[in-house]
Design a protein around this ligand. Sequence first.
Ligand code: NAD
Ligand code: UD1
Length: 316
Amino acid sequence: MTTYLVTGGAGFIGSNIVDELLRRGARVRVLDNFSTGRAENLRDAMNRIEMIEGDVRDEAAVDRAVGGVDFVLHQAALASVPRSIADPVSNNQVNVQGTLNVLVAAQKHRVKRVVYASSSSVYGDSEELPKVETMTPNPKSPYAVAKLAAEHYCRVFADLHGMTTVSLRYFNVFGPRQDPTSQYSAVIPIFVRCLLQGQAPTIFGDGEQSRDLTFIENVVRANLLACDADVTGGRVYNIACGERYTINQVFQALEKRICSGLAPRYEAPRAGDVKHSMADIARIRRDLGFEPTIGFEAGIDATVRWYQEAGLKTLG
Ligand code: NAD
Ligand code: UD1
């Protein structure tokens, strides 16, 4: 049976990947230190996975977790632009050194493939849209620097050691289990929590900044395609829908469903914020046969429903 290690498997994206792997009958191991993830996210999976509570900064723990697996899906990271500005050192230790530890162990144990959760933030603020993988990256935050550095490590390890690594540049991902409670949470879960709890959400800037908002199911599928695709070397792919929505439109889409009657408050733009983000997804379509099957509106429907039903208790 094929064995997968999901680092960060207790997090939003990782736990959704774990569930899909189990649905497909795979053997799954998770490495997570529960810093931003929750055991609750693995509630249904816990007795069917091998759980290693450990830190990607700890070489021995990573070595133990990687030994004997076929594929590594490396999701563990501190995933926030503002958090990386507040604490750039931890950002670097977890997101760069942690990834290096994963690659060293993957090389040693000859795993078939490392799939790495990179980020659209590596592109920075270039005027040009859509963002294509051939563009020169221009990170604007410590988070983006770290995501790009780790991506380079993936490619260099592939070049030097004949490994296959696939870096998936996720554009803003949303959906069930995304944490709405942290000051570093992403915009959709923050807005949903505010609207459900009767608080006016804050929009940073004029709200006309835009994002290629990608429903989780698309991202899970891309990770599994990345394991199976007939590719070698160090690959980089955008994973998104190829459409963009402004933050004002995000607010309206949520309010239309939640009907709180609240209006947003506007504040100064956030430091390190990218103005517009939208992906060209031709490369992942061509090489991995990927199609985004769930678009923004259907994704928002499913997400609001999840927070209203199963997720209400997670709102904090
Ligand atoms: P998340 O915070 O829900 O998940 C991250 C997981 O990693 C958590 O379970 C956390 O406990 C774990 N983790 C953090 N530090 C760790 C450490 N030192 N050792 C072991 N485990 C650790 O975030 P997410 O949104 O699920 O993000 C998953 C990955 O996707 C990250 O690599 C992130 O950078 C990347 N990403 C996310 C988005 C997005 O929109 N959510 C976009 C681009 C890239
Ligand atoms: C960035 C990256 C993404 C990365 C993620 C990790 C880009 C284009 N995207 O997302 O790849 O993985 O960080 O966190 O760089 N906002 C509000 N009010 C709020 C919260 C956010 O107006 O309460 C705004 C932000 O200012 C931003 C937008 O909403 O303009 C999206 O913010 P967020 O969800 O935090 O994600 P990004 O920073 O875009």
